[in-house]
Design a protein around this ligand. Structure first.
Ligand code: CP
Ligand code: NVA
Length: 317
């Protein structure tokens, strides 16, 4: 098993299937007994970008698994004064049992992982957001499986549409997860914002066939979908392009008219934070088919399973 969780394909399909069973168990047993694979351990959290859900759910999750979450202030580390990522990783590996990092470049995580000897968890980079996608997959699995089962096979052959910035961390992560989980993924957005080539390399490295297509015709892409997903048009780090992006993406707003061409029982999902009136209307956010707050809750349960699986790989066999 991979030492770290840096991208959706770092778990095999079988490991992911076990991870979703463990997620369901942790969710059902929350507050009713102890599963503490991090007992006696210290996991650090280093966040170079803002966060509400990821930051809080990981701190709570480490605590509930019996570990100590150590919040690192990026401004007070020698890393911020020029100490190398590699030396930082070597030193931290002497103290910590794992580290959860949100940062700009995916390359920083790769460098840390290669130089260090502890699990690294990707809490979002410019390129990828795998913890979010595993949570989103679990949120669908718990709805599409037989009651009491969290069956990964329930995703097979489903049609999912991602609307908006198809060159974003969320779109890339959906491309990887869809190939791993057997989902048909339709991406739609302006032609200038298509997936970056690195994602094809990651699929190849994992031995997976692509299961995605791109169209700039939003209605055609959403038609017949089992789930419609969107994300902000201006991701963290893209603020300088805000005005241009708001203009470019306006035809791709998820509103009642666009949702009406999906299947009648299609879910609406959003990783949050949402910008009401931009990528999605208030009406869609509040629609009974919107499962955004269950998604947000499931960050906690899914990430606990990810941490537990990295700390004790036998839990994913
Ligand atoms: N969805 C998500 O990652 O939210 P935060 O930026 O609040 O962590
Ligand atoms: N694409 C967004 C996701 C936020 C959770 C961003 O990177 O800002």
């Amino acid at each position: 098993m991979s030492q770290s969780f840096l991208k959706s394909t770092d778990f095999t399909r079988d490991e992911a299937a076990a991870l979703f069973h463990l997620t369901a168990e942790l969710k059902a047993r929350r507050g009713k007994g102890h599963i503490e694979p991090l007992n006696g351990q210290t996991w650090a959290m280093l966040f170079h970008k803002s966060s509400t859900r990821t930051r809080i759910s990981f701190e709570v999750g480490v605590h509930e698994l019996g570990g100590h979450p150590m919040i690192l202030d990026p401004n007070s580390l020698q890393l911020g004064r020029g100490e190398s990522v590699e030396d930082t990783a070597r030193v931290m590996s002497r103290y910590l049992h794992g580290i959860i990092i949100r940062t700009y470049e995916q390359a920083l995580l790769d460098q840390f992982d290669h130089a260090g000897s502890i699990p690294v968890v990707n809490a979002l980079t410019n390129e990828l957001h795998p913890c979010q996608i595993y949570t989103d997959a679990f949120s669908l699995i718990e709805r599409w499986s037989e009651p009491g089962k969290a069956d990964l096979a329930s995703l097979a052959g489903r049609q999912i549409c991602f609307v908006g910035d198809c060159a974003s961390n969320m779109a890339h992560s959906w491309i990887l997860a869809s190939a791993l989980f057997g989902i048909q993924l339709h991406l739609t957005g302006p032609k200038a914002y298509q997936p970056l080539p690195f994602v094809a390399d990651l699929l190849k490295d994992a031995g997976l066939e692509p299961t995605w297509s791109f169209s700039d015709d939003a209605k055609a892409a959403v038609e017949g979908s089992d789930m419609v997903y969107t994300d902000v048009w201006v991701s963290m780090g893209d603020e300088d392009e805000k005005e241009q992006r708001l203009r470019d993406f306006m035809p791709y707003q998820v509103n009642k008219a666009l949702m009406s061409v999906a299947k009648p029982d299609a879910y609406f999902m959003h990783c949050l934070p949402a910008h009401e009136g931009e990528e999605v209307t208030a009406e869609v956010l509040k629609d009974p088919r919107s499962i955004i707050f269950d998604q947000a809750e499931n960050r906690l349960h899914t990430q606990k399973a990810i941490l537990a699986g990295l700390a004790d790989p036998s839990l994913l066999r």
